[in-house]
Design a protein around this ligand. Structure first.
Ligand code: ATP
Length: 235
């Protein structure tokens, strides 16, 4: 579904990605794990064209997307729930969800997806008239994921869904990530510092260090790898 081929991405003179290659098959959950500053967020930003790569190629369902605008990429079926729960704080929960569907015209489908996300996260249904900025951290994360789902993506990019959340909420969010994949068939590219949980829900994983992929394997093999255990799993 997605082929990221030897991409190099810069912020001015700073090179954040130094030849990254990642492939994601339809129906997979893959995770990218790595320390702070490794380049995980930059990888997602390169895919969604917010920070386009300077060289290399990205293919989505066989078509090059490297030169497209972020809007076009959303329209093709890739949507991102950003790190730091960047929802619209002054808009209500429902208005935030509407924004996620702004490129769509299929009213019936939008209604169907709204029911779907409110069913996934019943707390959002209870809070639908409340301003996004007044939600708790966990609720804002749920809203960010739901807003991304409102674009009805084939590929969902999730950046650090566990960041700053209480363990019980993190567990709930990961259960739902698994559910979105298994029941809705959405392919998921997950960036996480909580490598333990990320590897539990993923099929395969990549490890990134200083802008380079240093390892890739099935999630089970990575979770059992002694180096990974020491460096990322705190075991
Ligand atoms: P974290 O887990 O801490 O979010 P990360 O793996 O997602 O880290 P990135 O945010 O992709 O890492 O950052 C990769 C590198 O690019 C870092 O060295 C960072 O300082 C640099 N970087 C990121 N954003 C910018 C920016 N807007 N301007 C300049 N440098 C940046």
């Amino acid at each position: 579904m997605l082929r990221v081929l030897d991409i190099h991405t810069y912020y001015g003179n700073i090179q954040a990605l130094k030849g990254v290659t990642i492939e994601v098959a339809e129906g997979e959950i893959i995770t990218l794990i790595g320390a702070n500053g490794a380049g995980k967020t930059t990888t997602l930003m390169s895919i969604s064209a917010v920070v386009p790569p300077r060289s290399g190629e990205i293919l989505f369902k066989g078509k090059p997307i490297t030169k497209l605008s972020p809007e076009k990429i959303v329209g093709m079926g890739i949507s991102q729930a950003p790190e730091g729960r960047r929802i619209f704080p002054g808009l209500t929960v429902l208005e935030n969800l509407d924004m996620g569907a702004f490129l769509r015209k299929d009213k019936a489908g939008i209604k169907e997806d709204l029911d779907y996300v409110l069913d996934l996260f019943p707390i959002l249904a209870e809070r639908q008239g409340q301003a996004g900025g007044t939600l708790s951290g966990g609720e804002q994360q749920m809203l960010a994921i739901s807003r991304a789902l409102m674009a009805r993506p084939q590929l969902l990019l999730l950046d650090e869904p566990s960041l700053g959340l209480a363990p019980i909420i993190v567990q709930r969010i990961f259960d739902i990530i698994r559910k979105i994949n298994s029941e809705h068939g959405t392919t998921i590219f997950l960036v996480e510092q909580n490598a333990n949980l990320a590897l539990q829900v993923s099929h395969r994983g990549y490890v990134m260090e200083n802008g380079v992929i240093t390892m890739q394997d099935t999630a089970a093999n990575l979770a059992a790898n002694e180096e990974i255990k020491k460096a990322y799993l705190g075991i």
